[in-house]
Design a protein around this ligand. Sequence first.
Ligand SMILES: Cc1ncc(COP(=O)(O)O)c(C=O)c1O
Length: 498
Amino acid sequence: MPDNWFSFLDAPRILTPPPGPKSRALLEVQARLETDAVAYPKYFPIGIREAKGSTIEDLDGNRFIDWVAGISVLNLGHRHPRLLAALQRQAEKIWHSLEIPTEARIEFLEQLTASLPGTLRNHSKVLFTITGGDCIEAAVSLADFATGRSGTVVFSGAYHGVHGGAVNLTGGRRYRETSSFRGGSVVRVPFPNPYRPVLNTPESAQGVIRYMEHLLKDPYSGVDRLSAVLVEPILGEGGYVVPPDDFLPSLREFCDEHDLLLIADEVQTGLGRTGRFWGVDNWNVTPDIICIAKSIGGGIPASMVAYREDLVKELPRGFHLGTYRGNPLALAVGTEVLKILREEPWISQAARRGEKVRARFREYAGTHPSIGDVRGKGFMIGVEFVKEPTRRTPWEERAKAMRRELFLNGVLMHTCGSYDNVLRFMAPLTIEDPLLERGLAVFEQALSNLDSAPAEKSPLPPRATSPARPRPEPVGKPGLLPPRHPAQSPPPPGRNLP
Ligand SMILES: Cc1ncc(COP(=O)(O)O)c(C=O)c1O
């Protein structure tokens, strides 16, 4: 194994309070030449020299533990050596092929269809797309085409991307007729959130299902005939909300009863993130259509939709077009991602270690009432901040102050949630135990720092070196997971960009 498999094991290492001078120089050029619509440099103002495993080194030599993981793109961390080797092998062969089959494409198709959930496994067809939003549009278009109807049920708090519209600017009528995402009517219903229930059914999802039934059955509900229900198995940008256990199975039944297709948006939850291969596996539910993106390319853009092979007889040629669909470099990496996740124990370890990480966050909640809720599955964990625990008033400023305090001390963690008051833990599944421990110690220290800081806007200055403190009960036994192979402008107010 090449030694660049290892994360920088001495992270977090803060040599110069970030952004240091070299980072600042890069950020200044970026600000001059690139649109200020960029988001992440505002949350994490550094220039990156190199990233490996679960860590990032900036140009000033600071080393950060990366619990952002490219928003779930890097489930296997930065530059996994097997992915690097697959990329290099493919780079020697072909980089772009339109849809003409390459060995990389066929191997990927075989690996993917063999990895799908439930009855989709080996009984599905794949439609390649490029981004997450793109595959969602393809899935909705597909559901409309298959049912001959148009209209989708979606959930409040959902994030499915921001594409759409280009086809309406294209001249050819045939594109609008066959490949267009016109997005019929959208019916929004509440996502069953146990911490913030809106339909007075905190323990169960049945209120939401009953409400949906009313919308479909009552001829005066105002809802037209629909084609599909689109759901994230666990809300991502909406705050890492895990629905009650009866929700997804009931949703499956509801779709069957009402002749609707169930589309699972696994863009963020897929590929091991929740401690199961797919988010829906947590509830043994098989969707009719599944949307896959982010970690499937290990950092190389790729996405796709897989759907029941009996869903449509034939799609029109050129249905949902895109020049870069199924890029060979991305698919070669994707095949390796699937193989690693099937061959190596990262997913089961994420389930086990994730439980322990949740327990630790809950322990912190016991002494820090600003934490109102801790929830999640696997390595998809949300920590929600509230001002008044009994009233559960969202505390956006505290979550953002935590993000900054963590950043200054060498841990990258991002916010999410309708009120942007949730910090999300989404470390690579491959993170080494010592880094996990140190990240948690930084988190606990940041909570204390902010609790004792006089005002929200003045977090304490960063420490100069690793703040790791010995913990009585480590998340993983030392050696359980040995490293196997071996102030820029402030962020904008409101919910941040995903
Ligand atoms: C659940 C979910 N769906 C879709 C998307 C959109 O993906 P992309 O940003 O690649 O368009 C995201 C992005 O964060 C997502 O989290």
